[in-house]
Design a protein. Structure first.
Lengths: 345, 184
């Protein structure tokens, strides 16, 4: 059942330009959606208030107002700061986000890069942001920034391990590191011979899904894992000295990364761009896929932000204990179990 | 010495003009230039954090080189291991132990003569041995091996070296823990 056929054949450079522009959209669109939908509205409702209501109908233009406010602010930096490192830091963090979005497929042909090492690449580039955060902490020449930067780096390094190990179960089950093929493995899979909804790895890898979400929460330095920006102890950590445009870049980076990690979780565990009941090779999915993926992404990020708004902050030692004594052993157990079951079935 | 190298390079087989990959060569030139400049800045800069950050550029350039060769697995490994882990460890160590930040000059003790001597020695020995051993080796025209092939090779043909390295790393890990906890 081929409904849509692309009538135009695009040259390689035209495809590349289109994919690059769409990557920009894929970073900014989730960031804006998450900030308005969850940070402005859902958080307000959970705290029994209305949230922004003045700018536009139902406060829908509040985002534009916020961006305008940040753009107008003076570009300040501390006198003792290392200016080059200080100025470059937000761009390093944002570069990590832009590289991360590349591995996400949104349809049979709607991908940015389709390579064999997709999962591996995603986990590798997500670690680049640590360098940007350390640069911000050190370049600001402020104690709070340095302590915040070191806390963030320690946390990100500790939680990278459960993040990687949680995905390994999916990789073993799908038998590939290629993200596109992981989606197809779920779309073409069967649950004990019944292929009605494919085989989303959420069912078999439920433990992996939970570990992945907890690790993502820590990687995003969101509550309950927000010691790096704990306002009652170290002002706002590595963000303390940033204002205006550079703060906005960090902010966009944080929420875009939240969106992309949610989309990755949706891709690994919920079947990605595939919608049950249709043929995964159908050209229709090049248009429907992005919509399905965004829907699943909003579902996963709802969970992430729900935890963000409702849980109090951990202590630093509790945080490290959770990573090394609970999440890592559990994910290793998950890998062993998945490997054994893969060989048996 | 230089004339010997030039003579050896001239001795290499010339590629046909139709086989030259223009885009690859342009990107190779750009990346190589950036890498060389960053490497020079890395060893000459007075600030140790700057040196670590210049090293990031050099290592990212190396990853770019591997991508140009089509060896994406090694490129990603380069990013994950060197940029994501080792440089972060460097920065972490510097920031935890030094306790100073901002621009601070004169952190390195001048030992430039020795450094130049070592650099010249390394370049001579390494390039000499590379040219000597790969002079008559033809580049493979086949597509580079896929990730699945790499995995299969590591766990079949190279399983014993792989396991030996794993045990060695484990020993180093336990050793570092023992040394760090000596006081208890």
């Amino acid at each position: 059942m081929t409904v849509f056929n692309l009538a135009i054949e695009l040259a390689y450079w035209q495809q590349t330009v289109i994919r690059s522009v769409l990557a920009l959209v894929a970073v900014l669109l989730p960031a804006g959606t998450l900030v308005y939908l969850y940070l402005f509205k859902m958080m307000s409702f959970m705290q029994s208030r209305l949230g922004p209501m003045e700018a536009g109908p139902y406060g829908s233009l509040q985002l534009l107002a916020e961006v305008g406010k940040f753009l107008q602010k003076e570009d300040l930096y501390p006198r003792a700061a290392d200016r080059v490192v200080f100025k470059a830091a937000p761009f390093v963090v944002l570069a990590s986000t832009f590289l991360l979005v590349l591995v996400l497929p949104a349809g049979p042909d709607a991908w940015f890069i389709n390579i064999d090492t997709g999962v591996f690449l995603a986990l590798a580039v997500s670690s680049i942001s640590v360098i940007g955060i350390l640069m911000a902490g050190w370049g600001s020449a402020s104690k709070y920034s340095l302590i915040g930067g070191l806390r963030a780096a320690g946390q990100l390094v500790a939680y990278e391990l459960p993040l990687v190990l949680a995905v390994m179960g999916v990789v073993i089950q799908a038998g590939t590191l290629n993200v596109q093929e992981i989606v197809l493995a779920q779309a073409n899979g069967e649950i004990f011979g019944w292929g009605g909804i494919g085989n989303p790895f959420l069912i078999t890898q439920f433990l992996g899904f939970i570990i992945f979400l907890v690790a993502v929460q820590a990687e995003l330095t969101q509550p309950p894992f927000d010691m790096p920006v704990a306002e009652s102890e170290i002002v706002t950590g590595y963000l303390t000295e940033y204002t205006g445009m550079r703060f906005l870049l960090f902010f966009i980076g944080e929420f875009a990364t939240a969106g992309i990690f949610s989309a990755l979780a949706a891709t690994f565990f919920l079947g990605g761009w595939y919608f049950p009941g249709l043929d995964p090779t159908d050209n229709l999915f090049n248009l429907l896929g992005p919509v399905v993926l965004i829907g699943k992404m909003l579902l996963v990020s709802f969970l992430i932000f729900w935890f963000r708004f409702t849980y109090p902050r951990f202590r630093e030692d509790q945080l490290q204990q959770l990573a090394w004594k609970v999440l890592v052993p559990l994910s290793l157990l998950n890998i062993v179990a998945t490997g054994v079951l893969k060989v048996i079935f | 010495m230089v004339s010997l190298f030039v003579a050896q390079i001239r001795g290499l087989d010339q590629l046909e003009s139709s086989e030259v990959l223009v885009a690859q060569n342009v990107f190779f030139a750009i990346i190589a230039l950036v890498m060389v400049l960053a490497a020079l800045k890395m060893v000459t800069t007075e600030n140790i954090v700057h040196a670590a950050l210049y090293l990031v550029i050099v290592l990212a350039g190396a990853a770019g080189m591997f991508i140009l060769l089509g060896a994406e697995f090694i490129a990603v490994t380069q990013i994950l291991v060197y940029i994501g882990a080792i440089i972060v460890l460097f920065l972490f160590g510097i920031m935890l132990t030094k306790g100073s930040f901002g621009t601070e000059e004169g952190e390195f003790i001048e030992k430039s003569q020795m450094a130049v001597l070592v650099a010249v020695l390394i370049v001579t020995v390494a390039s000499g041995s590379f040219i000597d051993s790969f002079r008559y080796t033809e580049l493979s025209r086949e597509a580079p091996s896929t990730t699945a092939e790499i995995g299969d090779t590591i766990f079949s043909q190279f399983i014993i070296p792989f396991e030996a390295i794993s045990v060695l790393l484990l020993a180093a890990l336990i050793g570092s823990v023992v040394i760090a906890r000596r006081d208890q």
